[in-house]
Design a protein around this ligand. Structure first.
Ligand SMILES: Nc1nc2c(ncn2[C@@H]2O[C@H](COP(=O)(O)OP(=O)(O)OP(=O)(O)O)[C@@H](O)[C@H]2O)c(=O)[nH]1
Ligand SMILES: [Mg+2]
Length: 363
């Protein structure tokens, strides 16, 4: 049976791949990390993760420049650095998941050519995008809005968004929640049951729904706490909640719910009725997995909703000028003036044996 493939891009993507590598439920997944620095993956995780550095000239990193990130990726793509990764993606169990921050340069830039290539190959690709907090600097927000525009142009239809919290560098909770979400959408959280069950095809239908999806999981010692946990993760968690006014009358959502508890059949409504009552748009299909199991008194629930509109992102409409600069007062484009407009060019020169050598130039 073919394996799932997950590709992490840039620092954020790589850190999350490292969390995924620790999850027993995901041990069969093929993991890739692509970054423009070498230090992100430590020796411990090297055995389970294939890392591909995309350093292209004497300077590491992208300088938060998405164009440079994309150019470095494309240069390595041309050199054939991703051949094995693309082979694995072509053979993979669908969908292929790609994870990146939207705010930096390497991941946010690379994910566009990566998705374009995968789509051209006919691979179903689902991006999980970590957006900056609303308090993060302007450049992070520009990179985010440009990424959403680019992914729309590439034809990405189904995607997931996590938003970092302001004022913290503790990314462990979000990174772990993303690993939870992946267990969920790859079908690793639905146990065997003779009652209603969610199978791979149900998940496929759910994840073919165009739009954003949210997925949450919770564990608790009793049903009441579990119900509250699921609702608070859904409506006040790290995946931005939707706004009812952004959903049109003809839109619809798909949902998937699972409950693992000793009286799961009788308790199902107690866990999900409240959440479902707050979803006021058309509900086209609702998949359920009901598993009656005594898990030492612990109950576990999961919830996915697909078909949601894009979350709010911070749109900045400012004109910049550099203080004291010789060009002071001259109107500029929407990007800060100090943003370098460098472009990558790839030149070919023969080496001493007459073989053609490609060279990456950033100028
Ligand atoms: N959730 C999460 N966010 C992170 C993590 N590391 C960095 N960030 C956030 O990600 C954004 C920066 O993106 P990076 O992933 O570091 O950027 P990159 O893709 O490596 O691109 P460069 O700009 O070239 O370094 C900032 O908003 C950070 O707050 C992480 O492990 N998890
Ligand atoms: Mg980086």
């Amino acid at each position: 049976m073919s394996k799932n493939v997950i590709i992490g891009l840039g620092n954020t993507g790589t850190q999350i791949i490292k969390v995924i590598a620790t999850r027993p439920l995901l041990k069969d997944v093929k993991l890739y990390s692509v970054d423009s620095v070498l230090s992100s993956v430590d020796l411990d995780s090297l055995t389970s993760i294939t890392t591909i550095p995309i350093i292209s000239d004497t300077k590491c990193g992208s300088g938060r420049d998405r164009d440079r990130g994309a150019a470095m990726f494309s240069y390595h793509e041309e050199l054939g650095s991703f051949e094995k990764m693309y082979e694995d993606a072509a053979d993979a169990k669908s969908p292929v998941i790609v994870i990146t921050s939207s705010a930096g340069g390497t991941g946010s830039g690379s994910v566009v050519p990566l998705c374009r290539t995968l789509k051209k190959m006919g691979v179903d690709v689902i991006p999980i995008i970590v957006t900056p907090s609303m308090e993060d600097p302007d450049s992070y927000q520009f990179n985010t809005s440009d990424l959403f525009v680019d992914l729309g142009e590439v034809g990405i239809e189904t995607y997931n968004v996590f938003r970092n919290k302001a004022g913290t560098f503790n990314y462990a909770p979000i990174n772990n929640e993303i690993a939870d979400l992946i267990e969920l959408i790859l079908g690793k959280r639905y146990g065997e049951t003779k009652l209603d069950s969610i199978d791979d095809q149900d998940l496929d239908n759910l994840l073919s729904t165009s739009g954003r999806f949210i997925g949450v999981t919770a564990k608790a010692p009793d049903i009441e706490t579990l119900s509250r946990e699921i609702a608070s993760k859904l409506f006040a968690g790290n995946q931005p909640v939707w706004k009812d006014e952004d959903i049109e009358a003809t839109n619809f959502v798909m949902t998937a719910m699972s409950l693992k508890s000793i009286f799961a059949d009788a308790d199902f409504g107690k866990v999900f009725d409240e959440v479902m009552s707050r979803i006021t748009c058309n509900k086209y299909e609702s998949f359920k997995n009901i598993e009656k199991i005594d898990n030492n008194g612990e109950c576990e629930a999961t919830f996915i909703i697909a078909g949601l509109p894009r979350p709010d992102i911070k749109i900045i409409d400012t004109e910049y000028s550099e203080v004291g600069g010789i060009n002071k007062g001259i109107n500029r484009s929407k990007r800060p003036g100090m943003t370098r407009k460098k472009k990558a060019t790839i030149t070919e020169q023969p080496d001493e044996f007459g073989n053609s050598i490609k060279k990456f130039n950033w100028h």
